[in-house]
Write a protein that binds this ligand. Sequence first.
Ligand SMILES: [Zn+2]
Ligand SMILES: [Zn+2]
Length: 478
Amino acid sequence: MTLSAKVAVCRGKDAPFTIEDATLDALRPDELRVRIVACGVCHTDLAVRDGQLPVPLPIVLGHEGAGIVEDVGSAVTVAKPGDRVLMSFNSCGDCPSCAVEAPTYCYNFFPHNWSGTRADGSPTLFRDGTPLHANFFGQSSFATHAIAHQRNVVVVPESAAAIPLERLAPLGCGLMTGAGAVLRSMKVRAGMPIAVFGTGTVGIAAIAERLHLTQPAVSAAIAALEERHATRLFDRVGRGLELNDAGRAFLPEARAVLAQAADALGVLDDLAGLKRGDLRIAASQTVATYWLPRRMAAFAAAHPGVTLHLEVGNTAQAVAALLAGAADLGFVEGGVDEDLLAVDRIGGDRLALYAAPEHPLAGRPLAREDIVAACWVLREQGSGTRNHLEHSLHARFGLTLADLDVRLELPSNGAVLEALGAGGLVTAVSDLAAGPRVAAGLVRELDCALVERDFLLLRHRARRVSRAAQAFLDTARD
Ligand SMILES: [Zn+2]
Ligand SMILES: [Zn+2]
């Protein structure tokens, strides 16, 4: 069944959009027909109008559509007639990007969004029986009705039933673009500086995500500030905001005050001469278990007024804690590649092979065949110790873990060392972890040199090092 609709036709930058009658094609099994209630106007629509993107003209644009489902194809499961839905960009669902739920990077993004037709080349819209370019971002929502697809439609949840569709429509592109740019692409965390130029849908979303506020909450806070000081800081341009002269004059002052407030609290602690304060440390397992405790104990004895907090996780978690301002210092054994952090070697350990003292491999240099023939107990997948063993075996013997006869995997250094007691098995752990058992004669180091591993100190480049943190580093380096 076909259906007539009114659509806004774009012919390029020298002609206005014109409202014309058109006919929607019959639905394919995976398509939905949506009666459009609202649609955002995005800069991308205007870039297409101005010929900056390779989209055929004339075309029906609009890609932040919101509306009510009227009809669905036989294979559609995401929504049913009567549902309130939002539309976003379309994707193929079959390519490597779609397989890892990254449809933004769909290998077939162009045919599904910008070709002016369905991906198979068939038209979705006709005018006087002749095809008209449409299916823009899988929708073309500057229209009374649009054909959308199973993969680019989201039902508005019950929890948002009271929110009008015209407020929700920009979620389809602008809001998720602003939030995604800040939270995912730029990985901005609390405490990091960010400049947002332009406060339309994308910019406001970026600021709101940054502040963990909703868009209405940001608007309300701005209005309250302006009212209290009887000074307008922004001009309202359409539905967006632009800093005016007063706002531009105020901005550097506001930023400076916020930065100073954060520093002032730290300075107060410093002025107290380490008689009080907090020092928050994030560390990965091996460092936290074998390297830090003695140093923390020494610091605690010297500075009883400073409270030490230790958060133990993996390397990625320690990096995240520093970026978020949740830790002052980080200590990890993994490689760290993060521009915002200063990374220095502060210590290290040595991975070595261990077995029960009576093990047949004990007491002689190990060859490649010994490594392959031995029965192993290893740390679990993802552990730094296991990764380090893999690198070492590859560098030294050209072996991978798949070449080893692994009989058992256990999730802690203590557990794998304990498993050696039953005889037979060989493992690889940090010399710091095995030290006490070696000293007690329970296990024995095998004769096989492996690569040393660095312990890294992490600090945030943009934050001052507090007196407590500096004092801890002085203790730790001794
Ligand atoms: Zn857009
Ligand atoms: Zn795809």
